[in-house]
Write a protein that binds this ligand. Structure first.
Ligand SMILES: C[S@@+](CC[C@H](N)C(=O)[O-])C[C@H]1O[C@@H](n2cnc3c(N)ncnc32)[C@H](O)[C@@H]1O
Length: 276
């Protein structure tokens, strides 16, 4: 039976089910997960042994992207499919540079939003919005976005893994385009995504099993995409250097490639587009 003693928030919470955001937090080495999450996380990891390094490579890409955008003068962010606002997430990176940078995290999973609100209590410049990140109109209409984000100024929209959860018939390109068309010039969209383009046969098989374990474990459907599809999502934007690369190769910090030695290094693309 899961206990809540190991979780620093919600001492009275009843935790019956594992949760994607907390599984991800576990992979990142965070504190915000329960035994039930760790069991599911280990089951998924038994399918793709380097899945935790893949998560870390994705979060490292996100951090480098946010730092890059801060360097470009961006001071307001919408982080779609954020997971928990911890383990070095967007507001932590932005506030290390400018404590008044504004960040709204968007996650459609109510438990992640509840945990996130607790974690952000007392943070005047960061908030959680519990809406579907696929639906730009819902995001713009959310009170936290209305309060913290000035749509007349450039915004950094971060989609770290959002489209992995979006099926083809839900039109991932259209999801990106709806944000692109609503952003003022000088804004940016940063996207990462799971891909098996350059993975060997064994790793592809492990990814298939990992996807099946996510479906069985937490009822989440994940999709892989190829480089051409990923690149097409930046239509109408100016890709910033170095363009579309493996996540680990996008403006890497020398000596900090967490995933250098594992097959999962091949499993994700990252890129950032500027709205012109
Ligand atoms: C892999 S985790 C967070 C990854 C994090 N963005 C990063 O790049 O490090 C994915 C999160 O996306 C959320 N999610 C999935 N589909 C979503 C959607 N349509 N809208 C908002 N959040 C979504 C899940 O609830 C989960 O917390």
């Amino acid at each position: 039976m899961t206990t809540t003693a190991d979780y620093p928030l919600h001492p009275d919470a009843e935790v019956q089910d594992a949760n994607i955001a907390r599984i991800y937090d576990y992979y990142l080495g965070g504190l915000y997960n329960f035994a039930i999450d760790r069991e599911k996380a280990e089951r998924i990891k038994s399918m793709l042994p380097s899945v935790d390094l893949l998560a870390r490579a994705n979060r490292d890409w996100l951090r480098r992207s946010v730092r890059y955008l801060m360097g470009e003068g961006i001071r307001q962010f919408i982080d779609l499919a954020s997971g928990l606002p911890t383990a070095g997430n967007t507001h932590e990176v932005a506030h290390a540079i400018d404590p008044r940078a504004r960040v709204v995290y968007v996650d459609n999973e109510p438990t992640a939003v509840r945990h996130g609100n607790d974690i952000l209590a007392g943070e005047p410049f960061a908030a959680m919005a519990g809406v579907d990140g696929k639906d730009a109109r819902q995001v713009w209409a959310h009170p936290a976005v209305q309060e913290l984000i000035d749509r007349d100024q450039p915004i950094g929209v971060v989609m770290g893994g959002l489209l992995v959860f979006v099926q083809d018939h839900e039109d991932p390109a259209g999801v990106v385009a709806a944000y692109r068309d609503a952003l003022v010039s000088g804004s940016f969209i940063a996207i990462s995504h799971l891909s098996v383009d350059t993975a060997d046969a064994q790793t592809c098989e492990q990814v298939d099993r990992m996807i099946a374990a996510y479906r069985a474990g937490v009822n989440a459907n994940l999709y892989t995409r190829d480089k051409a599809t990923f690149t097409s999502w930046f239509d109408g934007m100016q890709l910033v250097e170095p363009g579309v690369t493996l996540m680990a190769d996008w403006r890497p910090t020398p000596g900090q490639d967490v995933d250098a030695q594992t097959p999962s290094r091949q499993l994700g693309y990252g890129a950032t587009g500027r709205i012109v």
